[in-house]
Design a protein around this ligand. Structure first.
Ligand code: CA
Length: 252
């Protein structure tokens, strides 16, 4: 396996400022122990212009992250040595890098623990390549925005628009009045458009840390937001539920 990795990655040892940086879509560190999944991820990413570095264990993932300074980490939760949740937490202690969890069904608890430990998003196996690439693009855009250092107070997703500077919300061009709590919740979601936000993160951002367990609050206020902002509140187009985890503003 070492030989295979070495040969496949002979051109990858330049780091993100290397000679391919101008044309490369970004460097992705894959931390995954299953060979078929490694091969799938490497080929999908290579086909879309990403460079990859592979680690098959959690400890190796931490080492590779410090050696290569990747633009994004794809992190499997079930690793042979250190648990993926712990890898996420340890990466987050010293790196800002976006971390996207790759989880299997039945790992819902671990997935939420990883998100709360600092991971940014997840895909559940089996996933479609398009879904994975969409997640990665959202995060790569985030990275380039952070580099550019300019913050746009206006966020638009489909026909939803929020002006964070003026606290003004429109849906399909029509002004929408939100209560202060609805606004806080909606602003938190729109600031992170495209990304999953856990119940705990939404509760803390909207009501404060003492309310982290009150998931029914979120359900009530999400219902109100959908009624005000969605054409068909029962089948939301933008304010979607991530079952058991939280919510996401879907970017089309
Ligand atoms: Ca695994």
């Amino acid at each position: 396996m070492l030989a295979q990795r070495g040969s496949k990655q002979a051109g990858l040892a330049f780091g993100s400022a290397g000679p391919f940086a101008a044309t490369c879509a970004g460097l992705v560190l894959i931390v995954e122990d299953e060979r078929p999944m490694q091969a799938l991820l490497q080929s999908v990413l290579a086909d879309h212009g990403y460079r990859t570095v592979l680690a098959t264990h959690g400890a190796e993932g931490l080492t590779q992250a410090s050696a290569h300074n990747p633009d994004l980490v794809l992190l499997d939760l079930g690793l042979p040595d250190i648990d993926g949740v712990e890898v996420a937490g340890r990466l987050r202690e010293w790196m800002e890098v976006p971390i996207v969890i790759i989880s299997a069904r039945g790992q819902e608890g671990d997935k939420i623990a990883a998100l709360d430990a600092g991971a940014n998003d997840y895909v559940t196996k089996p996933f479609a390549a398009g879904e994975l690439l969409a997640r990665i693009r959202v995060w790569m855009r985030q990275v380039s925005r952070a580099d550019g250092d300019s913050v746009d107070p206006i966020v638009e997703v489909g026909n939803l628009r929020i002006d964070l500077a003026n606290r003004h919300v429109t849906a399909a061009g029509r002004p929408v009045h939100l209560t202060p709590t609805e606004y806080k919740l909606f602003a938190t979601l729109m600031r992170s458009a495209g990304r999953v936000i856990t119940h705990r993160q939404l509760l803390e951002a909207t009501w404060g840390p003492d309310y982290a367990g009150e998931t029914q609050y979120i359900r009530v206020f999400m219902g109100q937001l959908r009624r005000k902002l969605e054409d068909t509140p029962a089948r939301p187009r933008y304010l979607v539920t991530e079952p058991g985890v939280g919510y996401r503003v879907r970017v089309e």
